[in-house]
Design a protein around this ligand. Sequence first.
Ligand code: ADP
Length: 613
Amino acid sequence: MSKETHHFQAEIQQLLDIVIHSLYTDKEIFVRELISNSADACEKLRFNQSSGTALYQSEIAPAITVATDDKAGTITITDTGCGMTHGELVENLGTIAHSGTKAFLKQLAEDKKPDVGLIGQFGVGFYSAFMVAKKVTVLSRSFGPDEQSWQWTSEGMGGYEIAPAAELPRGTKIILELKDDAKDFATESTVERIIQRYSSFVPFPIELNAKRLNTVQAIWARSKNEIKEEEYNEFYTFVGHDHEKPLFRLHFSADAPLAIQALLFVPGRNFETMGMGRMDSEVNLYCRKVLIQAKAKGLFPEWLRFLKGVVDSEDLPLNISRETMQDTSLLQKLNKVLTSRFLKFLDEQSEKEAEAYAKFYHEYHRFLKEGVVTDFTHKEALGKLLRYESSALDAGKLTSLADYVKRMPSDQKEIYCLLAANRAAAEASPYFEVFKERKWEVLFLYDAWDEFVMEHLHTFDGQPLKLAEKADLNLSAKKEGALSEAAAKELSKWLKETLGEQVNEVRVSQRLVDSPAVVVDSDKFMTASMRRIMKAMKQDGPDLPAAKPDFEFNPAHPIMARLDSVRQKDAALAGSVAEQILDNARVAAGLLEDPRAMLTRLNSLLEKVLAKE
Ligand code: ADP
């Protein structure tokens, strides 16, 4: 049989027109496509071998070799896979079967800037060779014992030729004679980089110019109990570029709603706090072990950007279309499934591996909090993962909100939180007094952002979250030695007159035990700590209006009782003392901005005290 000339099917010719003239910048993906085809051919051979089919050259193991020749300007990809018969060459490298592919082509033809990069996902990856090659030669020998060798050649336009070839080893060899502007693909270092990037986990050996490239296995596709700890660690070093051990590892597979295999790692350290700038998710997206997207955008929410690893989904190429790859409901679905699974995993770890979880929380709590504030979908699951110090536990011990709720007495209807710089400040806070007296537990929040977190979380397990300073609570017992109601009312009036515009409202407090007074932000939506954050964030623009808090005083406190009697004898002294009490309350709330005036006053008060001795 001599040389035959064939025309490409009309759609293929149309595709080639686009591919040949494409200005697509990622031309390197042709390497990925041809190696994937070779890997599929190896897989098919292995399948036939295991089902007992007679093979030509059964002693040759399936493998892939790549050779570059920069003098000749060629790259050659050879596999010892299943090969193709004459009929298969015509069928596979000249026609398109799938209807989805035809739709893809139609779309591609209509686009001004066609995205040729998706070519492989539409079952036409082979033709990407024509982005870089002026001539493609395919030499193939099928695995069928009675078949023969064939040579297929094409320059893209004007069809292809098939002719018998001299006896070849089993498999397929594809020779690309590169266009002048694509000669770089005949350089070993370039091709090595491309193979490492896209094809590191192809499950058959790949050699480039006699050097073995893919030595790390795609362990995510294997069953968990077959994998040794060292293999996981070696894999992590490879994908995570991190020589320390990961803090957590999650390896799972799911069938519904999407077929997913994922192997995710939490690095031992939070690089953002180490001054390394914002982390960038390093989870790579694969389809059947071939890289689709490195550091895939949108695969996880932003607040999980510390994760590293791989996600492999078989569902990707089948129902993906141009649009779905970019914004995409499929990606969103993957995102939701993966995120929920990861949060569930963290929740389980917090029970099973309390110590590791504590370390994780220490490193990454800010990310979880960012999630609560920015991600409505996962807010509840994230709420379960938060941990805080509490008035009911020793210093340094953290509790979950769930455990707090379990300890709540039946008449307590809210979860209370108190923002403070540290534990000592929290315990000394006037806002804590009523809780101490009632023996009600309060969570101590030391991170300024926690206030936003609590605000967004809003409730936990049906219980409202409340800041201690906003809690509407009275002491359980009546206080002894308190001013009479009438005297307290008079004192209120006098205080308001004396303190003037510095305070909004003056009232008798029902919640103070040891402190003479507190200030409470009169703005329902503002607290002292939020004011501090906003001040810290503010750069230009108008100043925040000064805080004009409500002033609550404790009618049972000796200072207030004496103040009441002194104000009738020495108005000047009483006025100074009232100002000082207000400033003291501002200090406790973190609201005193300029202490200089206060110091001058305090000094003159001290002078008066000492003068009496
Ligand atoms: P896809 O691989 O997605 O089906 P391609 O256009 O890349 O689409 O390849 C078309 C077909 O050609 C493949 O399905 C396969 O049957 C055949 N083929 C391509 N490369 C090889 C190869 N190296 N060995 C055997 N068959 C191949």
